[in-house]
Design a protein around this ligand. Structure first.
Ligand code: FEO
Ligand code: CA
Ligand code: CA
Ligand code: CA
Length: 591
């Protein structure tokens, strides 16, 4: 019966086993090489990385921290070249304890030193754009002096703001009295490539970067709905932009989808306000049969919502410039789901469904800046931490990752959203459960302090928990990355990337293809047009959960990290890195 089994599967590799150690593991028959790590040069003239004396000036020319979503764009533009292209990489956030030898400096040098730390952190956020190519030996490498190479950071880069909220009074600040420009993009999580060859990058947990007291703030209830000020970073001590008492409107300028044109190194990235403001996990774009584009995006927090944007105008294959305004005009919808598989899309339009002055909305700009409040009002359905949502152009189904809340991470699910006749502009869909994550592997006590030891007895070989990001490859196959956060001890395994069956008898079955080192989270992935190269991001190696679970069970720091992946150099901390995976025989990844 083995033939039948094989026929039913969309993949044919041997699963990587569950487990946790200091390095990465890939399926047998594959090679996993490091392409670029935190601190490596992006700009040709970047200084050599020195983890012990990192500076903002060096960092803004080097690869940033915590690489997350990746996009591959072939060169030349418009081709399907699988061997040469541009890689766009999000740098979601920074991990101070692992980045700096002295992250809690003594009082006397605090002011200046603290400022420098913040500036390094800012320069390590944002995006990297890199030209990459396969060399004569068939190995991928970065092109050091490429004119495409670029860093976009919240330290210095100027971005444009467009769409209905651009220029609104609530978007204006002291340094930008017109409300059309902003310095930087923050907490860039997932993203996708548009049909016209730009990259959409999602600003997620932007609330965490603000300090201040919202007590006297004119919009304090609105701030509260977004968790502002989140106070995760102390940038606001050194830069008034990040203090809401000094710049009350600055938080309104983050939490958007940003469009970047990697093919034009001089083009300013643009915040597209028509897509709404929330903790955007990602942006999954699809070209609808009628030529309009639809962007799916979820708000990653417990009890938040799922959205889609439908463009007003159609995509033009012959006029690239015309497509640059597609995401400025259209309708934003929020999802309402029932328990029997129906999904309604509710429009968020000023003047409709109570989105008016009576309820605090004076314009479409208000509806977009306060998207969460607008969605509350129209009756959207709260979801279990909705993360990535990605359309599959092969069958026009849309996959939605619901990792579950931390307290019950074993109840993660992947939903399949089904538009009628594949029409992504439709207002009524069906939804179905693609898979429910493996409960058996995670029946350990939920309180990590009281039960740090994973019980290996209950561990199934195909455990699968906390689906976070996903990608659909050129053949319509689904790849899902996991993020258990601090709780990987419950499953007894580090995170990884999983191949998930989406059709046939095995629908919903998952097997691990790649496993990250201890404390890391799996992100990415992206494929070349021939599906023969997979780019993945190993985020924060040596970080999450190390102190709670044997055999590590200690705080992981710069000087004493639980792993020094990928260099294993005793003078260097672990480094988030992009990994290139290819099949040794040159075949399609996963085949
Ligand atoms: Fe950046 Fe929701 O993960
Ligand atoms: Ca995520
Ligand atoms: Ca993530
Ligand atoms: Ca996550």
């Amino acid at each position: 019966n083995e033939t039948l089994e094989a026929e039913a599967s969309m993949f044919s590799f041997e699963a990587v086993s569950a487990g946790v150690d200091g390095t990465h593991h890939v399926a047998k028959g594959y090679r996993a090489d490091i392409l670029i790590s935190w601190g490596d040069p992006v700009m040709g003239d970047a200084p050599e990385f020195d983890a012990n004396h990192q500076t903002p000036e060096a960092q803004e020319k080097q690869f940033g921290y915590n690489n997350d979503s990746i996009g591959f764009l072939p060169l030349p533009r418009g081709s399907k070249n699988p061997d040469h292209g541009l890689l766009v990489v999000n740098h979601e956030y920074t991990s101070r304890k692992l980045m700096f030898p002295d992250h809690k400096p003594k009082k006397e040098k605090k002011a200046d030193y603290g400022l420098r730390l913040c500036q390094v952190e800012m320069a390590a956020h944002g995006l990297s754009i890199l030209e990459i190519e396969k060399n004569r030996n068939g190995r991928w490498q970065t092109v050091r002096f490429s004119p495409y190479n670029r860093r976009i950071t919240p330290l210095r880069s100027v971005l444009d703001i467009s769409g209905p909220a651009a220029g609104d009074a609530r978007m204006q600040t002291k340094y930008d009295p017109d409300g059309f420009h902003v310095i930087g993009t923050l907490n860039n999580c997932a993203g996708s490539i548009t049909p016209w060859g730009t990259f959409l990058t999602a600003e997620e947990n932007f609330n965490g970067y603000f300090l201040g007291h919202k007590k006297d703030h004119p919009d304090r209830l609105k701030l509260k709905r977004y968790g502002i000020p989140g106070k995760w970073f102390d940038w606001g001590k050194h830069d008034s932009r990040f203090n809401i008492d000094m710049e009350p409107n600055e938080p309104n300028r983050f939490g958007w989808i940003v469009e970047v044109d990697p093919y034009n190194p001089n083009a300013r990235p643009v915040k597209r306000t028509a897509l709404g403001r929330f903790k955007h996990e990602g942006a999954g774009i699809v070209l609808n049969a009628d030529g309009r584009v639809v962007v799916y995006s979820a708000d990653d927090q417990q009890g938040e919502y799922l959205y889609k944007f439908v463009s007003y105008k159609a995509y033009d294959d012959h006029d690239r410039r015309a497509n640059f305004s597609l995401l400025d005009e259209g309708t934003l919808y929020v999802a309402k789901l029932d328990h029997i598989g129906n999904l309604d899309w509710l429009p968020l339009v000023y003047g409709h469904a109570g989105l008016n002055e009576e309820n605090g909305f004076n314009s479409q700009a208000d509806v977009l800046i306060d998207t969460r409040l607008a969605a509350d009002l129209v009756g959207a359905t709260p979801l279990d931490r909705p993360e990535d949502v990605v359309p599959n152009p092969e069958n026009n189904h849309v996959y939605l990752m619901l990792p579950g809340v931390e307290a019950r991470a074993n109840e993660g699910r992947i939903l399949e959203l089904i538009p009628p006749q594949g029409d992504h502009t439709a207002l009524q869909y069906r939804w179905d459960l693609l898979l429910q994550t493996n409960v058996k592997a995670t029946t350990h006590k939920h309180r990590r302090k009281t039960d740090p030891k994973p019980d290996k007895q209950g561990l199934k070989k195909d455990w699968f928990v906390a689906p976070d990001n996903c990608a659909v490859d050129g053949q319509g196959r689904l790849w899902v990355t996991t993020d258990q956060g601090e709780y990987w001890g419950r499953s007894g395994s580090a995170d990884g990337i999983w191949a998930v069956e989406t059709q046939g008898r095995k629908k919903g079955a998952a097997r691990m293809f790649f496993r990250v080192p201890v404390g890391a989270e799996m992100a990415g992935p992206a494929f070349t047009p021939d599906d023969k190269t997979m780019f993945i991001a190993v985020q924060h190696p040596g970080s999450d959960g190390a102190k709670d679970y044997p055999p590590f069970a200690r705080e992981s720091t710069f000087s004493d990290p639980v792993t020094r992946w990928p260099d294993f150099n005793s003078k260097q901390p672990p480094r988030p890195s992009v990994v290139v995976v290819v099949k040794k025989d040159g075949g399609v990844v996963g085949s």
